[in-house]
Design a protein around this ligand. Structure first.
Ligand SMILES: Nc1ncnc2c1ncn2[C@@H]1O[C@H](COP(=O)(O)OP(=O)(O)OP(=O)(O)O)[C@@H](O)[C@H]1O
Ligand SMILES: [Mg+2]
Length: 458
């Protein structure tokens, strides 16, 4: 029987988890403090630990480090109070197997435990135990399953010097993630240099990246240190990589493979120790197929890929993002919007956001500028968001000025919410929605829903 240890200072949570896991065939021990938890873990044969990060006295991270030092093979799943990257990175870098945010979703925790326990034996040799390390990360907001996967990927790739490829539609946060990878890495004190490959013509980009000798071309009055050299042992972020010319693609390949390059107009061979992070919103496979992008470079870049899901596939992140972006807008514009009307939130959650988080940010900024009161209402949302063809209709005359959302949109959004919450477990979703499986399938087709994160559903 798998034996798990629950460490939480909240008696109610301890009891709930105990009962839940006992009913699911686990042997369960529990502790209210980190010290008590450590004592239990070392005294008995525990297969996995589920621990709150925040505990009175010594915290969950202390427990995690104790366990990783003395029982590195024992998976530890952290319960974190914040959905933010920083907590995840700290826990993951300290060797946590997984983490589950509060409020705890029992199914999610159950899935995490089941993932962790069978992996116990093969993780033995590979368990990477890094020292305590608090990363100062850029703030990336998200609590959807898809974003949690992104946070984990950031924490993982940050630990090595591997080349990272960030894919995602425009405005999904690629640049933010590139920065977060750097900030979470050991080289965060070294420079982070970003270059937009689409912004410069080929010859300028070349000297920008590689540097040039004095007199290398007309106008090169003095020698210029390239971005690669400037990055040193830090990170070089190559944005819009798909726009590189064929010649530049060849040169980049050489750097990635041999770490060598020559400044423009020079025969000198320079070595680069930088970590390369690339991003694009283009479909690189298509570019490769049409001959616009070198296949060998594509494979060289495609080692560690972080895929950023479009906002419409993680609508449950919208309220959190709205809160975060509104606070930011309040600060920037010295306003004090404190609330969002439920109609406005419904519209924001219903919209398809082709421009993703950047568009959401802009829409909120505009609304904040216009809003006189302390509540963001639909009045100042752009018409396409307020009454887009997605079925938002004006209320009958004489009723409130707020727009209503059609039942169809509500239905669609509710189904999306349930599917996301159950991680696309259609059986569970049917139970919650009270509809049959074929009916759910029909709705999924009708609303053209897709799961960004459907890898572990039934
Ligand atoms: N998860 C997130 N949490 C908070 N802010 C975010 C998030 N994702 C994106 N943003 C914000 O949205 C804006 C766009 O993000 P970013 O520039 O990183 O997108 P991008 O994917 O690089 O877009 P593009 O392809 O157009 O260059 C930024 O202001 C960024 O701070
Ligand atoms: Mg960008």
């Amino acid at each position: 029987m798998t034996h798990i240890l629950i460490v939480d200072d909240d008696e109610a949570i301890r009891q709930t988890l105990k009962v839940y896991f006992q009913q699911h065939g686990f042997k369960v021990s529990s502790a209210g403090t980190a010290e008590e938890g450590a004592a239990l873990a070392f005294a008995s044969n525990i297969d996995a630990i589920v621990s709150d990060i925040r505990l009175p006295g010594k915290d969950g991270l202390w427990l995690l480090r104790e366990i990783k030092q003395r029982r590195p093979q024992c998976p530890v799943i952290m319960i974190t109070a914040f959905h933010d990257l920083e907590m995840t990175v700290v826990a993951m870098q300290a060797g946590a197997t997984d983490y589950v945010p509060k409020p705890i979703d029992l199914d999610e925790l159950d899935a995490a435990v089941k993932r962790a326990v069978p992996r116990k034996s093969d993780a033995d040799g590979a368990a990477l135990v890094l020292g305590p390390q608090v990363a100062s990360c850029s703030k990336i907001v998200g609590q959807s399953f898809a974003m949690k996967e992104v946070f984990k990927s950031i924490a993982l790739v940050a630990q090595s010097r591997v080349t990272v490829m960030i894919l995602g539609e425009s405005g999904t946060g690629k640049e933010l993630v590139a920065r977060a990878v750097h900030d979470a890495s050991d080289e965060r004190q070294s420079p982070y240099i970003a270059v937009n490959c689409a912004a410069l013509v080929e010859s300028l980009l070349e000297s920008e990246l590689f540097g040039h000798e004095r007199g290398a071309f007309t106008g090169a009055v003095s020698a210029h240190k390239g971005k690669i050299e400037q990055a040193g042992e830090g990170t070089l972020f190559l944005d819009e990589i798909a726009e590189l010319s064929p010649a530049m693609q060849g040169k980049l390949l050489r750097i990635l493979e041999e770490r060598e390059y020559s400044p423009v107009g020079s025969t000198q061979i320079m070595k680069s120790k930088a970590r390369f992070v690339a991003a694009t919103n283009a479909k690189l496979e298509d570019r490769v197929a049409s001959g616009g992008f070198r296949e060998d470079l594509y494979y060289r870049l495609n080692v560690a890929v972080i895929h950023l899901p479009p906002l419409r596939e993680r609508r449950n992140d919208i309220p959190l993002l709205v809160e975060f972006l509104l606070k930011k807008a309040n600060r920037d514009l010295q306003k004090s919007i404190r609330r969002v009307s439920s109609e406005a939130m419904t519209c924001l959650q219903a919209y398809s956001w082709p421009g993703n988080v950047r568009q959401l940010e802009n829409v909120l900024l505009k609304a904040v500028v216009m809003e006189q009161g302390d509540t963001l209402t639909t009045e100042h949302l752009l018409p396409e968001i307020n009454c887009h063809s997605r079925g938002v209709v004006e209320p009958p005359q004489g009723t409130s000025r707020e727009a209503f959302v059609s039942l169809r949109i509500l239905e669609r959004d509710y189904i999306v919410r349930v599917l996301n919450t159950t991680r696309w477990h259609k059986g569970k979703a049917c139970q919650i929605l009270g509809i049959s499986r074929p009916r759910l399938e029909r709705k999924i087709r009708e609303f053209d829903l897709t799961a960004a994160d459907d890898r572990e559903k039934d």
